[in-house]
Design a protein around this ligand. Structure first.
Ligand code: NAG
Ligand code: NAG
Ligand code: NAG
Ligand code: NAG
Ligand code: NAG
Ligand code: NAG
Ligand code: NAG
Ligand code: NAG
Ligand code: NAG
Ligand code: NAG
Length: 289
């Protein structure tokens, strides 16, 4: 390598390093732009907004307000959907990864073809305390393979829950509670591969085969199945295998018999509700926040 080519190498490295430095400085000062959300996701969110009406009877929580009302499509800075109320984006990719529209006065059907299901990068979805007018939980839920948190509690869903929900292999928290019109068998999860830690099904009308549901479900920490339609009595002994349980609510089901001995196995339990002998004859009204 001659002098001049060596020199050239140095010069180009120098230029390169200045370029890299410049790039870093500029990139830093423009960070809010680099996380701008994607056009297809903006339009999916706006179509989602449009598929519901705002109805103040749809949410019961007193801090409720219409989060989607401030979403707008202006093609300026404020149309970066990452800064919209309830929307969370990935800092690097700009994809929408979280949607929290709990208690947002949303009222209307949610169909399997709703634009929501185009937000395929979602990891967290909270639609709790709205009124989906007795919609079924759409099978399109399978479009969210990265979903870890799903909260549809108290949102007027009905019918059977599609087995697709049990195929969400990253799901660690599922809350379907307080939808008294959810019926049919609750789908069985693959306990050996599912990371599900928290399962809330209280105040639903699911038929639950507890022994089948909890079979080898080592990951479960919280199980809320109060006021469901659990068929087994007495309680299955396999509950004693859920060694990581910290919260267990089985109240107001059709159990009878004695306090089961396997409970002594559940050493991490900090909350337990059985009410084995109490059966409410009348189903409670849908509780409100
Ligand atoms: C608002 O929702 C309630 C049910 O929660 C429904 O009975 C009522 O008709 C709705 N009103 C409008 C204007 O959609
Ligand atoms: C962006 O658009 C909104 C709604 O049209 C408007 O209120 C706001 O002033 C605009 N912001 C900028 C920085 O132009
Ligand atoms: C969702 O938003 C509500 C406020 O509307 C907040 O209280 C709640 O903690 C949020 N939940 C999640 C999971 O982000
Ligand atoms: C809610 O459901 C009722 C009964 O099916 C229907 O008449 C009404 O149009 C629905 N409202 C909305 C906003 O979807
Ligand atoms: C979405 O599905 C509903 C019923 O499931 C149907 O009425 C509607 O036309 C569909 N919309 C589109 C855009 O396909
Ligand atoms: C689901 O949302 C409701 C209403 O916001 C809240 O009370 C409940 O704690 C949430 N469930 C989970 C598992 O976060
Ligand atoms: C359950 O998960 C395990 C481990 O990933 C896998 O080997 C098995 O085939 C799965 N079973 C079903 C029924 O999907
Ligand atoms: C519970 O399931 C049985 C069928 O096994 C059904 O007859 C009954 O109506 C259900 N009860 C409730 C409260 O859903
Ligand atoms: C519950 O599931 C277990 C195991 O899969 C099965 O042996 C049992 O018959 C089921 N019980 C009912 C009532 O369906
Ligand atoms: C208690 O746990 C052990 C393993 O941790 C298990 O072998 C045993 O069957 C459990 N006992 C009951 C009653 O579930």
């Amino acid at each position: 390598m001659g002098f001049s080519s060596l020199c050239l190498t140095f010069v180009s490295m120098y230029i390169l390093s200045i370029f890299v430095l410049f790039h870093l400085v500029v990139a830093n000062s423009l960070q809010s732009y680099t996380t701008a959300c994607h056009d297809d996701e903006i339009s999916a969110l706006l179509q989602f907004k449009q598929s519901f009406v705002i109805n103040t009877s749809a949410s019961g929580y007193k801090g409720a307000y219409p989060k989607t009302a401030s979403w707008n499509s202006a093609w300026n800075q404020t149309s970066n959907c990452c800064s919209w109320d309830g929307v969370e984006c990935d800092e690097n990719t700009g994809h929408v990864i979280g949607l929290n529209l709990s208690s947002s006065y949303l009222y209307g059907f949610i169909n399997p073809n709703n634009s929501l299901f185009r937000l395929v990068h979602l990891q967290s979805l909270n639609l709790a305390d709205n009124d989906f007018n007795y919609s079924q939980v759409p099978t399109s839920i399978r479009n969210f393979p990265k979903l870890r948190y799903l909260n549809l509690s108290c949102s007027v869903f009905s019918g059977v829950v599609p087995f697709e929900i049990s195929q969400l292999s990253e799901l660690s928290s599922l809350d379907l509670s307080e939808n008294p019109d959810l019926t049919g068998y609750f789908p069985k999860f693959n306990a050996s591969s599912s990371p599900l830690m928290s399962l809330k099904l209280s105040f639903t009308s699911f038929l639950i085969n507890l022994s089948s549901l909890i079979e080898d479900f080592d990951s479960l920490k919280e199980l809320h199945v109060s006021e469901c339609n659990i068929s087994e009595s007495p309680l299955p002994f396999s509950l004693g295998n859920l060694r990581h349980l910290t919260y267990l609510d089985l109240s107001s089901n059709n159990f009878n018999g004695q306090i089961p001995s396997f409970l002594k196995n559940l050493t991490q339990l900090t909350y337990l509700s059985l009410f084995v002998l109490i059966r409410l004859s009348k189903r409670m009204r849908r509780p409100r926040y």
